[in-house]
Design a protein around this ligand. Structure first.
Ligand code: ZN
Length: 113
């Protein structure tokens, strides 16, 4: 069986970000007609770079269920009941954070007593 993985916009792949100088999950921002990734975006520095072949689809990490009373740190993963798995990309204010979900970044409350 030779089943090719077809990617779509919003999928996540691990790739080295040359701006951050760190390997991290990137969001697929453009895909060719045949389903090959052409460009990916870094959620941290927002740079868009050409996709390098050979990187793999990011293995799902099971984050703990989202809890607004909890205090999150950048890089933590969580499971939102509506949006699914997300990764904290930035702490905006003591009680607000940006979380990258499969489709886009959403602002959520955290450390809420
Ligand atoms: Zn970056």
């Amino acid at each position: 069986m030779d089943e090719k993985t077809v990617f779509k916009i919003g999928d996540r792949v691990d790739q080295m970000c040359t701006t951050c100088n760190e390997e991290r999950g990137h969001v697929v921002v453009s895909v060719s007609k045949t389903g090959n990734i052409t460009r990916v975006g870094c959620p941290m520095c927002a740079s868009r770079v050409a996709y390098r072949a050979g990187t793999t689809r990011r293995a799902p990490k099971l984050g703990a269920p989202y809890d607004r009373a909890r205090t999150y740190r950048k890089g933590q993963t969580l499971m939102h009941p509506t949006f699914g798995e997300g990764e904290v990309t930035a702490i905006i204010e003591p009680q607000k954070m940006d979380v990258l979900f499969a489709d886009r970044i959403r602002r959520l409350i955290h450390a809420h007593s």
